[in-house]
Ligand binder design. Structure first.
Ligand SMILES: Cc1ncc(COP(=O)(O)O)c(C=O)c1O
Length: 393
């Protein structure tokens, strides 16, 4: 049977060949200097592992409530209150639920909000999944060009809003740039979205990985704990759909656990689709995520910050770098005088056994590439030597 003809247009429209090309080339290398990794390189804290193992041992292996296990939901809501001042217990317009990773939350948001022909405004460069989520949902991702500083400002977004726009997707700290938006940028974007009756979705998967120079806001409840700026923390912030994850923060990306919170009608619509697709977030991952809330990740964040300093200092000598204030990536410009696209430059890196990701995976442009500093220091240094050498050629 010719099963190829059975494949839907939707599936055909999803093209992962850009990233696959790099991984196929890298597969031929024995021990590459891998600066392409999109997940933390530290070991998962024992308390988190223990909590998941205990849950399995204690036969907590069945379906959970669609919204997630009660103790985790309670913990999430406590955190939302401390962090954003959101009182989910006493505000009927606010709800939260446990998602299957950040991608799970994002997928449900696209499916719940976007219909045929609808538009969503996403940053360019973007997390590689965003445009395809729009395609899968039957709509269109409208790119907001944020070069060269990778700031998704209201000024850049406003001209892109049409009557078809359902939401603006904001991501800070950003992948692939690590750039963190300021409080003022968050406020202007939120005000714009509210004035145009467009939902603002804030993908905050890297919020706990914000470096000291990005922490320019404070938690709502105590007014002193430094936090990554979030539009959800501002006046009117209850209109924001917040999507966060446990995977990157605690090194449990394979467990598929995260949460979404925001306006009740949106969360209800997402939860209905969750019920008939993911069903629930893996049970042991939910118990592990509950324990994760009490783990102090500061030493790891500080370690990433010092790696960031090293990477930025080195690369700034040879090219344009916008300083990441969070996550563990830097988006680097291929010097124009080389006359190379990022794919061509990445091929040169691969020929010297350094793996980085070309900008075309995250952007309509092919001018930058992503370096991940989630790798051993010695490897980062080796990789930087080669990248700088290639840039000075
Ligand atoms: C900006 C951004 N959003 C969402 C995700 C998906 O995360 P998760 O593994 O929690 O689904 C990623 C993963 O790289 C990301 O970088």
């Amino acid at each position: 049977m010719n099963t190829e003809r059975l494949i839907s247009d939707r599936a055909r429209a999803v093209d992962a060949s850009g990233i696959r090309r790099i991984f196929n080339l890298a597969a031929k290398l024995e021990d590459p200097i891998n600066l392409s990794i999109g997940q933390p390189d530290f070991a998962v804290a024992d308390e988190i592992k223990k909590a998941a193992i205990e849950a399995i041992d204690q036969d907590k292996n069945g379906y959970t409530l669609t919204r997630g296990i009660d103790p985790l939901l309670k913990k999430i809501n406590q955190h939302l209150k401390f962090d954003l001042g959101w009182d989910t217990d006493n505000n009927d317009n606010l709800e939260s639920f446990v998602t299957s990773g950040t991608s799970g939350g994002l997928t449900l948001a696209f499916l719940a909000l976007m219909g045929q022909g609808d538009e969503a405004i996403i940053p360019d460069p973007y997390f590689a999944m965003y445009p395809y989520m729009a395609t899968i949902a039957g709509g269109k991702a409208v790119r907001c060009d944020t070069y060269p500083d990778f700031r998704m400002t209201a000024e850049r977004v406003e001209p892109l809003i049409t009557e078809k726009t359902k939401f603006v997707l904001y991501n800070s700290p950003g992948n692939p740039s690590g750039v963190v938006g300021t409080v003022d940028e968050c406020r202007d974007l939120l005000d714009l979205c509210r004035s145009k009756s467009v939902l603002l979705i804030s993908d905050e998967i890297y919020d706990e990985f914000t470096f000291k120079d990005g922490l320019t806001d404070v938690a709502k409840s105590d007014g002193k704990t430094p936090r990554c700026p979030s539009p959800a923390r501002l006046e009117g912030g209850e209109d924001v759909l917040l999507i966060r994850g446990f995977g990157k923060t605690y090194g449990i990306t394979g467990w598929r656990s995260g949460y979404a919170a925001g306006p009740a009608p949106v969360i209800d619509a997402m939860t209905r689709i969750h019920q008939y697709t993911y069903v629930c977030t893996p049970s042991m991952a939910q118990w592990g995520s509950l324990a994760a809330f009490d783990v102090d990740m500061t030493p790891h964040v500080d370690d990433f910050e010092s790696r960031r300093d090293m990477v930025v200092a080195r690369l700034s000598e040879v090219t344009e770098v916008s300083v990441p204030q969070g996550a563990f990536y830097v988006f680097v410009k291929v010097p124009e005088r080389l006359g190379l696209t990022s794919n061509q430059f990445v091929d040169r890196c691969l020929a010297r056994e350094v793996m980085v990701i070309p900008g075309s995976v995250f952007s309509d442009r092919d001018t930058h590439f992503r370096v991940s500093f989630s790798a051993p220091r010695a490897k980062i240094e080796q990789g930087l030597d080669i990248i700088c050498d290639l840039m000075q050629a």
